[in-house]
Design a protein around this ligand. Sequence first.
Ligand SMILES: Cc1ncc(COP(=O)(O)O)c(C=O)c1O
Length: 421
Amino acid sequence: MSRSFCILGDGNGTVMTSLDKKFMNLSSENTPGQEVRQSNDQFITLMRGKKIIGHPVDFSHGDVDAFLPAPGAREAWEQGYEQGGQQAYTEYRGDALIRNGLAARLEQFTGAAIAADRELIITPGTQGALFLALGSVVEQGTKVAIMEPDYFANRKLVNFFGGEIFPIPLVYEDNAIEKGPNLELLEKAFKAGVQVLVFSTPNNPTGLVYSKTAIESIANLAASKDVTVIVDQLYSRLLYSEEVYSHLRACKTPPKDLITIMGPSKTESLSGFRLGTAFGTPKLIDRMEKLQAIVSLRAAGYNQAALGTWFQEPNGWMENRITQHEAIRDDLLSVFRCAGLETSTPQAGSYLFPKLPALVLSTDTFVWMLRYQAGVTVTPGVEFGPHSDDSIRLNFSQDHTTAVAAANRIVEMVQRYTACK
Ligand SMILES: Cc1ncc(COP(=O)(O)O)c(C=O)c1O
């Protein structure tokens, strides 16, 4: 069938080509930073009470003005700029010297060797790394296991590349007997022919850190069934007191084909440089480089120099950043819990994923209303999985005082819009 005549229909008699549908599935109006493009003024008629005045807070992403970029990044970038052409036109996989340094530090952090020349690529953001990694292993019909909930880009990318999604429920609630991925279903999915698994740990949106047992089981299952694994460890440095992190790549039997993804956007607030890294199986890194060559050629050359500061922050800097985030986490948890909103405790990262009671508005409309009426931006839970429509996600890497005030406004809005029992 010719693509332009492939009628998928939207139920209203509108003819959609498969390409239309593919891009419709990439909708981004509720994703961080994009909400401003919405114009849903028709919802104003549904407003209950007056506007709630307060300093606007955008919880859809971290605030790099509240948590400044890691020290030295700007100077490192400037030095990169001074280098001129050599830094502007790096190898597609990134500047060799920078990769050498990074490989050594990432190796030390993750507990397994990395060959800088064959096993590491610098990408435009962790997002870029995800795109390149999934683009290297997913084609039309590839079966891909995805945790629910998990980072929204994973599902979108797999759909975009034509993969078939096998959802695996992730249990994250504090009152659960055992938190983590449903390993029985994962094994079943692997037996049913799943070829790729992609997941984040710490998990976005819940802050769940996969236990050593879960990580070892995933490693063994993937190794025995030859499943390629892409693990997004973006938040693995922002680990709260008493928590322990297990690196999949350091397991006794890691998957044969494994890509680990990390970047300095979050904990280190270097998001504006759009830098990420991916490391693992050389064959896959080669593919990623070929794909990068047709997408962006390379990560921005001068910006790559800022990676020289990564994992080399001044003594005590990281500990201090973690302590500050933990204090905000605890205060927001108590605001939500006092109001009866079930919210699990993130073990790492800077996300909270409170559940809402039944409301008189859909979650999407409530999220719009929250922004309009109370100056608070959050992300609807359904972005992270089809079963998370009763939740909202907040990135609490914000100014502490304004974040607490904004959380109180969320509670007031929930109370105004709660449906009668
Ligand atoms: C789990 C996860 N992976 C990847 C990304 C993309 O990050 P970056 O800014 O490094 O592209 C995000 C951003 O929120 C994320 O939460």
